[in-house]
Design a protein around this ligand. Structure first.
Ligand SMILES: CC(=O)/C=C/C=C(C)/C=C/C1=C(C)CCCC1(C)C
Ligand SMILES: CC(/C=C/C=O)=C\C=C\C=O
Ligand SMILES: [Fe+2]
Length: 557
């Protein structure tokens, strides 16, 4: 039996009984505290609510956890219980205009029983919420109830193919059976651990790179409501983990592994039906390049063809290869294709220098004096055409940092220029001197009002070296070509997420939200001013949360 200590004052004991369906887990009363606790100024994780029946919170932090797991940095340590909700004590001031819920998804549970997963991307999804209203902050987290997660808990082993993990087979016939199921998608994971988006119709969907891993959740209770079923007949098993989602559309890419290429598809709010805008055929290589994300401009979709390509053989393997389901094909070169959103026609397809990126930041059209679009600029977090970062994201590497080695591979803001005059080549340069952000660069956000338009600011994680993982929050000024960095010694911040002030006219008028994992098992939610990049508020969590990936904002209307 284990316990959770809160602010050193209050201890709650948790049982081994995993009762997932119990609806009434402990909540602070809506605003969190009893009077006595308020006087003491404590943030309490499990204050019995006068409105709701207190129940035992199922704990993950008992014998299912590998004990060695506890000595790691909080960022790489599995979340310690299934779910929690409570009000946090805020230091500083939360702007009164900030009304809504920030949701952040990520792989937060990296073991089943005493089996530890290999890679950051393998973990079962942990959804975190920060609800801001009246200057107060209610936080919570909860495991997403994917089929993969439920089956793993029930059978005490991995049952579906994850990013790098494959179920263990009892015999050769079991392996053959699983391969057969791979083609239908039945053996692929639905562990929606990468991101979370709010669709134009209000539904909130957690995503990963398998299409079946699109799960609808309730942004308030964090309940998993069920699978988001695409009602079209487009088929395919995978998609980009980062669709472009606005009030009016959902755009994504469906890689075609059989006939190498990509379908560019669009879904209208209120529907589950994706319609094809057009198709891009790959220019080279045995398979399409990995498309974790892609950028759009006002009129065009940019389809990246990265030399880090999906690999059919690696998909079939029981043991991971150095690049997992991918292969590096420098000889196949790199390309960017530009598709007109309205017609589906390809208006440019250029060869570009080799590149490696997970995340495009934004893109926009460049016009001449007559208003003709002459080029497209597309920015991304670019890893200097080096795939080493994928290996650095192995949990063993993340957990074995000694504090001194400077082993985070260099990255930069890669800026592509794609000419639209028929020239066969595009350019790739650094948008600013990478030392401005310590040569670390990933996990970016922008003001969504500037999506697809000329923009000046981006927020991302950079590096204060020596380090092994991005450890700063950085505001990039892409016009002045400078960066301003925030850093807390030993802490690992997650993606800085920008929320604009309603009615703002300046691009950086708003706040930046991030969740910080500290090395001693603690953590806090942080608010920076989007313009000055100074801290305006922070709120300590009752216990640190693991690293997470991408978030979204659900405004309270
Ligand atoms: C967390 C993150 O950023 C990426 C997760 C990617 C996943 C889960 C990829 C899974 C896949 C399979 C299970 C088989 C098919 C290929 C691929 C999409 C890589
Ligand atoms: C966390 C990460 C890269 C960090 C390195 O600099 C990439 C995440 C990719 C998936 O969302
Ligand atoms: Fe991502």
């Amino acid at each position: 039996m284990d316990s959770l200590s809160l602010s050193g004052v209050c201890r709650h004991h948790f049982s081994l009984d995993f009762n997932h369906s119990n609806p009434g887990f402990f909540l602070g009363n809506k605003l969190g505290f009893t009077r006595k606790q308020e006087r003491r100024g404590l943030a309490i994780a499990g204050v019995a609510s006068p409105l709701r029946r207190p129940v035992i919170v199922p704990s993950l932090d008992n014998e299912t956890v590998d004990r060695r797991d506890r000595n790691h940095h909080t960022a790489w340590t599995s979340v310690r219980q299934e779910r929690w909700e409570g009000e946090l004590v805020v230091q500083g001031e939360i702007p009164l205009w900030l009304k809504g819920t920030y949701l952040r998804n990520g792989p937060g549970l990296w073991h089943i029983e005493d089996y530890n997963f290999r890679h950051l991307f393998d973990g079962y999804a942990t959804l975190v919420k920060l609800h801001f209203e009246h200057g107060r902050l209610i936080a919570g987290h909860r495991q997403i109830e994917s089929e993969a997660y439920k089956a793993a808990r029930k059978n005490k082993r991995i049952c579906f193919r994850e990013f790098s993990e494959v179920p263990k087979y009892e015999n050769f016939m079991a392996y053959v059976g699983d391969i057969a199921k791979l083609f239908s998608g039945a053996s692929l994971t639905d562990n929606a651990n990468t991101g979370v988006v709010k669709l134009g119709d209000g539904r909130v969907v957690c995503l990963t790179e398998t299409q079946k891993g699109s799960l609808v959740i309730d942004p308030d209770s964090l309940d998993t409501l069920g699978r988001f079923e695409y009602s079209d007949t487009l088929g395919g098993l995978i998609h980009s983990a980062h669709p472009i989602v606005t009030k009016t559309e959902f755009l994504t890419l469906l890689p075609d592994l059989v006939n190498p290429g990509y379908l560019v598809v669009r879904m209208e709010p209120g529907t589950n039906e994706r319609k094809v805008i057009g198709r891009v055929n790959c220019r080279a290589g045995p398979a399409p390049g990995w498309v974790h994300s892609f950028p759009v401009t006002e009129h065009y979709v940019v389809v990246p063809e990265m030399p880090l390509r999906y690999c059919a053989q690696n998909l079939l393997r029981a043991e991971p290869t150095p690049l997992y389901k991918f292969e590096w094909h420098p000889e196949s070169k790199a390309f960017l294709h530009v598709m007109c959103k309205a017609s589906g026609k390809i208006v440019a397809s250029v060869e570009v220098p080799l590149f490696v990126t997970f995340h495009f930041i934004n893109a926009y059209e460049v016009e001449d004096e007559d208003g003709r679009v002459t080029a497209i600029i597309a920015d991304c977090c670019e890893h200097n055409a080096d795939t080493t970062i994928l290996d650095r994201l192995r949990l063993h590497n993340l957990r074995s940092f000694n504090g001194n080695d400077d082993i985070l591979p260099d990255a930069r803001v890669g800026r592509f220029t794609i000419p639209l005059d028929g020239s066969p080549y595009g350019k790739l340069e650094s948008a600013l001197e990478p030392n401005e952000h310590g040569r670390g660069m990933d996990m970016c956000s922008i003001n969504p009002a500037n999506l697809g338009k000329k923009y000046r600011y981006a927020y991302a994680c950079g590096a204060k070296r020596p380090c092994h993982f991005p450890n700063t929050l950085t505001k990039l000024d892409l016009v002045k070509k400078v960066a301003k960095n925030w850093h807390d010694e030993g802490a690992v911040p997650s993606e800085p997420f920008f929320v604009a002030r309603p009615g703002a006219t300046e691009e950086d008028d708003g706040v930046v939200i991030s969740l910080i994992s500290e090395k001693n098992g603690s953590g806090y939610a942080l608010l920076l001013d989007g313009s000055t990049f100074e801290e305006i508020a922070r709120a300590k969590l009752p216990y640190g949360l693991p690293y997470g990936l991408h978030g979204c904002w659900v405004p309270k209307e």
